[in-house]
Design a protein around this ligand. Sequence first.
Ligand code: OXD
Ligand code: MN
Length: 601
Amino acid sequence: MAGGPPECYLALVPPASLHNSVTDWVDECARLAQPDRVHWCDGSEEEYRALVAGMLRDGTLLPLDPHKQPDSYLHRSHPSDVARSENLTFICTDLKEDAGPTNNWMSPKEAFEKLTPLFRGAMKGRTMYVVPYLMGPAGSPYARMGIELTDSAYVAASLKIMTRMGKVALDHLGGSDQFVRGLHSLGDLSPERRFVCHFPERRLIWSIGSGYGGNALLPKKCFALRIGSWIARQEGWLAEHMLILGLQDPEGEVTYIAAAFPSSCGKTNLAMLVPPASQKGWKVWTVGDDIAWMHFGKDGRLYAVNPEAGFFAVAPGTSEKTNPNMMATIRKNTIFTNVALRPDGTPWWEGMDGAAPAEATDWLGKPWKPGSPTKAAHPNSRFTTPARQCPAISPSFDDPQGVPISAILFGGRRARVAPLVFEAFDWRHGVFLGATMGSETTAAATGQVGVVRRDPMAMIPFCGYNMADYFAHWLRVGARSDEAPSIFHVNWFQTGPDGSYLWPGFGENLRVLRWILARCRGKADAVRTPIGFLPTREALDLGGLNLPESSVQRLLSVDIEAWTQELADMKAFFDKFGTRLPEELWQEHDRLSHRLKLGAA
Ligand code: OXD
Ligand code: MN
């Protein structure tokens, strides 16, 4: 992995204006990792081009066709380094209880003792890139600074796409020493020596042994969610695994929605939804597809910014049908990782429109043909692409104040149990819905179909502290405001007896968003049920869908028996947190149980 940009781009002297604590920390890390060169990134286009040129020379990147896929590249990662390593991800708080039962914990002492020898000399023969970056719009009171030190040019180039990088970040920092420190090295890429350690009390991340985005692009999951959620609790705001979208009605008014879904539940597609022809005059604006930082404003409303500047999304399944806006976004300036390559120098993956190519090179660089026993693209192959290229990017994407959120959606993949949509009775009940959120595993992922994994607020892999305290934090912040968003639960994934989906999904999800919007405006009918408010049949536009009556019935009704069975699983999950779990959530559990009994009577 030697190489890097040509000598003329090496700036060995840090910008003079930098506060000592930045330079001290960089020097300290350089003494430990012993890179041959230190490059302070300025975030310029020339620098990006030089990084790419270096990677094309050393084979880290392969060029794609310059006409069909301009300024885009293919990266093939080490075959053992293709996804987030949850089992090697640690929260290193001083007290084990502060990490809680859903995180792996390591004491800071043990982590430093274990990782220091791994970092010692790890960057010999390599360049250490000093990457200052800003999370959130420039000039925003909610934006935060971080610096990542990395020996991966692929990481440095990806950060140029995913963050506001370089000068803009250093300008924001001014003379302050308030920034999140992230030290990353590819190490030897061995899973035995791979660790992603977070020290929330020290606002520090140490990651070694992986070049995969979720482990190596430290601003994303490590900072914006794990360290971010810790800071958010201390300061009274929310750092969430949520998309942000603006729903524009035919009169031109835009209402903003934030939504949390576990992976493989269509979060990016929903963020970029294209309304079907039947939904004339409606439009969805994309503010973010993965992370929302949300603060209550002086007016009591919750304002969200997307801390990221790019999308790092899963390729397989992305197509003109599922996400035309994303297909338009990735047409240029995109780094593809572990996708297949067609003979004409364009990327390909399973689920892309049209027939599979007659021949291709698979993600491992081997020849592939339709009918081959393996997939051409890795199932978690990705692309990294600038958010501003999205045709639906919101005019408020860069708004320093963020966008006011009217509704929060929680959702999962449930073949049964959860109806299409329902609304919480109030904030507290909504937090209970988020805290008990579950999603069924699929056969492709685990071999066990229909096993419910509890994934509260889709934050199980990303909450940087004890989730019992996280629930308490959610309860507290909402209680402070009369203007808190309404909370809804959605499920696009109910299936019928033959396993096919009852709801068409994709663009048609707009119909559900319209009901949610109308509820927020006090203009839609609902029926009160034991689990929350469900739309009346007339309140939800089903026109032209030709859904069988039995499907409509299932989509819009509550299966009391199935919900009663859920109670035990929810309790088992809550029990993990012992006495630390907020009493309010037990009360909500009891109330649900009581309402279900009455409903069954
Ligand atoms: C992601 C994830 O990459 O949730 O966004 O894993
Ligand atoms: Mn995510």
